[in-house]
Design a protein around this ligand. Structure first.
Ligand code: F6P
Length: 461
């Protein structure tokens, strides 16, 4: 069996304590890699003042972590800059927040060259290379230039934008051309694939074969929708065990019988947190019976705090949470508990299980694994209800959630009301159907499907 080499900007277990702020990539890649073993290469999470030095190796179980540091300039221009102030907002359809500078683009190329040079020294001839996410799109192209002939796959964890949005990126063609150097490009949903193919056909004049093979830029490569799953059984076990954990018991005691609504999101403008709080505010205004009887626990660990747009969204949220609590709180109840910190996955699983309603209402999201984890964490006998944005990739699979349009705040408030009052039979039926899908399309199936597609013989025409 070929060795699997994973490449991603974030290498979670080394670069940060697991806290719930990792994002879907780290959770999914870790679950996929710990089963098969292999190498995980990426940024160490360290920022150094001088030269970054060479790659550091670290073994844990069947995984070798290979990490490199970034210089302060690269951190600012590549990570905070081109990755998170250009590609991230643009790929999330936020042209209003997209900032483009040639300096940051140069840094993006520079860091990708540095990463590819460091990776080259680690590679074996028959490795399978699997690159993740928007930070490292040029990786395959650079490795091919250096003579690598290994199979290389790419998976995009975030949405692929529609063509008109992508065209606003000055180097859009280069980005898509770089993707054509992979053998396989995987997206979260069929909709992402369709948007990608629109660009290939209309902008590049490429051709799509019946088997999903794309012919463009004088290259042939395959594209596929391969939605990321979770380790559903594992989350379910965690949640069951967490029932008796200290933190879950404390949360339960503090609720004194009130219904819990929960949101768990990295503090990011794509997550629709302000509109979510507004919908909750509307729920309390329109259905006064909930006042004093429902608590919204919004866990929002800060992320990318050096990026100005993240400071702004933090201020907006603080102001919304303060306004709602100010308007409705009583001396013995506050409607919102807003927390800027993360929790271990075990603690989160326990919190999710306690909740009557899970609210996952991003304005745009590649997949959103919290939606899936909320379902997997529920008690089968008395499951809670998921309110889910139609703009999360997860909505393509979790059709039995209450699907909402997060831009329509009134309809989200109505869905919250439906969720809080749904009878047990309907809750069980919806949950059962969603859980079956999560168990079938779990993270292991995701890895296997990706590997199968990556190693399948390629038809050239
Ligand atoms: O899951 C999407 C993603 O952008 C990952 O690429 C990333 O590692 C994660 O969210 C968290 O973001 P960051 O690495 O910037 O903290």
């Amino acid at each position: 069996m070929s060795r699997l080499v994973i490449v991603s900007n974030r290498v979670a277990p080394v670069s940060q304590k697991r806290s719930g702020a990792e994002g879907g990539l780290a959770v999914a890649v870790f679950a996929a890699l710990k089963e098969r073993g292999g190498v995980w290469f990426g940024w160490s999470g360290k920022v150094v003042s001088g030269e970054p030095g060479d790659c550091e190796l670290f073994e844990s179980g069947n995984v070798t972590y290979a990490t490199v540091a970034l210089t302060q300039q690269d951190y600012e221009e590549y990570y905070s800059g081109f990755a998170n102030r250009t590609l991230w907002p643009l790929f999330h359809f936020r042209l209003d927040l997209t900032d483009f500078s040639r300096r940051n683009l140069v840094a993006y190329q520079r860091v990708n060259v540095f990463f590819s040079q460091q990776l080259l020294g680690l590679l074996h001839k028959d490795d399978l290379i699997w690159v993740h996410d928007y930070h490292l799109i040029p990786m395959a192209d650079l490795l091919r230039e250096a003579g690598c002939r290994q199979r290389m796959g790419f998976f995009l964890h975030i949405p692929w934008p529609s063509m008109e949005v992508l065209l606003a990126l000055p180097n859009h063609r280069e980005i898509v051309r770089a993707l054509s150097a992979y053998d396989l490009v995987g997206f979260q949903t069929e909709r992402d694939v369709r948007r990608f193919l629109d660009y290939i056909i209309m902008e590049v004049g490429g051709r799509v074969g019946r088997n999903g093979t794309v012919h463009a830029f004088d290259r042939s490569f395959r594209v596929a929708a391969l939605p990321v799953g979770i380790d559903a059984d594992n989350v379910s076990d965690f949640a069951q065990e967490a029932k008796s954990s200290r933190q879950t018991a404390r949360l339960k005691r503090s609720l004194v019988g009130r219904d819990l609504m929960i949101g768990v999101d990295r503090l990011d403008y794509s997550k629709g947190l302000v509109s979510r709080l507004e919908a909750y505010e509307l729920l309390l205004a329109k259905y006064p019976a909930h006042r004093g009887h429902v608590t919204l626990l919004q866990i929002a660990p800060p992320s990318r705090s050096d990026v100005p747009e993240y400071l702004e969204i933090r201020r907006e949220l603080e102001s919304a949470a303060g306004r709602i609590n100010g308007a409705y709180a009583e001396f013995d109840w506050s409607p919102i508990r807003y927390l800027n910190k993360g929790f271990s996955r075990q603690a989160l699983a326990g919190f999710l299980r306690l909740a009557r309603v899970g609210v996952v209402t991003p304005l745009r999201d590649g997949m959103n694994l919290v939606a899936k984890e909320f379902v997997a964490a529920q008690d089968p006998e008395d499951p809670g209800v998921l309110v889910l944005s139609r703009f999360a990739g997860a909505a393509q699979q979790l059709e039995d959630a209450l699907i909402v349009n997060p831009y329509d705040v009134e309809s989200v408030a109505e869905a919250m009301q439906t969720a809080l009052t749904m009878d047990l039979e309907e809750r069980r039926e919806r949950w059962q159907r969603m859980m079956e899908g999560l168990e079938r399309d779990n993270v292991h199936a995701w890895r296997e499907r990706f590997m199968e597609a990556l190693t399948a013989p390629m038809r050239k025409r």
